[in-house]
Design a protein around this ligand. Structure first.
Ligand SMILES: Nc1ncnc2c1ncn2[C@@H]1O[C@H](COP(=O)(O)OP(=O)(O)O)[C@@H](O)[C@H]1O
Ligand SMILES: [Mg+2]
Length: 302
């Protein structure tokens, strides 16, 4: 029995678009903590009053998307003086917002693809002039590739803009990086080995993430060792630049010339047995339960 953590709540579920994944993450974390002998219960903030969280000593946040990853639950926990895993409220709020994240990175010379915030007034010609075609359209605040599309024509852009602006009034377009996709996990101040993601779809879309089962995950990533170390250090700086702490994941693309571009930070990554952070930990010989414990240790009042 591990008593040092007191009574732990695994926050899971919630009411975001990513509820289903969060329930899987939360269940996997709960099972791991049980196996480790931690006193633990699950807690779904969409079913219980968040004030009841006061009866716990520590919280493991396994919520994804709006509500759980955007700083609001973090602010609620802070106001109750409860220790929790993951980044604080402000950095979670910035991290879920691609526009704010990229503005911050750009201002610090951290590599991220060229981008532009678009409104109904922005013309297709303007976009193509600035970032060429094809390009990506994204809602600034969302996850799981929802509302994201690769745009190749004016008609496609117009349809996509209508769809994406319904998800979030802040819409960005981003230069297409023609190359490969990677992710690097950060846990307790250290980066884990980089994973290469090879979807069979045109990009790592919702279907590739959650429905189809044919994406390849390659770890070690195949990036030359010294280069991987440098990119990982930069990823850590990109993480810290947002103010993030505890644990998280940074996604990046690498073009055919070998230049890398950070595309986003995930402040509450998936924790199912198939998720990326557990996969990277495994490469270092850290099993799922050890990883969960390592993350739980980072919980503090912030
Ligand atoms: N600039 C880009 N160039 C090429 N592919 C991209 C680019 N931006 C996103 N993608 C693809 O779209 C996917 C989802 O984009 P991402 O910004 O990570 O949003 P989400 O928060 O929904 O995961 C990425 O995993 C990648 O496959
Ligand atoms: Mg992503």
């Amino acid at each position: 029995m591990i008593n040092e953590f007191g009574k732990v709540a695994v926050l899971m579920g919630g009411d975001s678009n990513e509820r289903a994944v969060s329930l899987l993450s939360g269940k996997a974390v709960f099972d791991a903590l049980k196996r480790l002998g931690v006193v633990v219960e699950t807690f779904d903030p969409s079913e219980r009053n968040i004030n009841e969280i006061k009866s716990y000593d520590r919280v493991f946040i396994a919520l994804h998307g709006r509500g759980g990853e955007d700083g609001s639950i973090q602010a609620a926990l802070k106001s109750k003086n409860i220790a929790y895993t993951g980044s604080d409220s402000l950095s979670s709020a910035i991290g879920i917002d691609k526009l704010k994240t990229k503005l911050l990175w750009r201002s610090l010379n951290i590599s991220t693809p060229d981008f532009l915030q678009v409104t109904e007034k922005t013309s297709y010609a303007e976009i193509v002039n600035l970032i060429e075609s094809p390009f990506f359209i994204k809602p600034s605040n969302e996850g799981s590739s929802i509302g994201i599309d690769k745009i190749k024509s004016e008609k496609q852009y117009q349809d996509a803009f209508i769809k994406t602006s319904k998800i979030d009034m802040n819409v960005i377009v981003e230069k297409f990086v023609d190359g490969e996709e990677f992710t690097v996990a950060i846990v307790n101040g250290k980066t884990l080995p980089v994973i290469k993601i090879k979807p069979t779809n045109e990009f790592y879309d919702y279907e590739a993430k959650y429905i189809k089962d044919d994406t390849q995950y390659i770890c070690p990533s195949g990036i030359e060792k010294n280069k991987e170390v440098l990119i990982s250090q930069e990823a850590f700086e990109a993480f810290r630049a947002i103010g993030c702490s505890s644990w998280g994941r940074i996604d990046f693309m690498m073009d055919k010339a070998g230049h890398h571009y950070f595309i986003e930070v995930n402040t509450s990554p998936g924790m199912t047995s198939h998720s990326l952070v557990p996969m990277a930990a495994k490469e270092l010989g850290i099993n799922f339960d050890q990883l969960v414990l390592e993350i739980l240790k980072t919980a503090d009042v912030k």
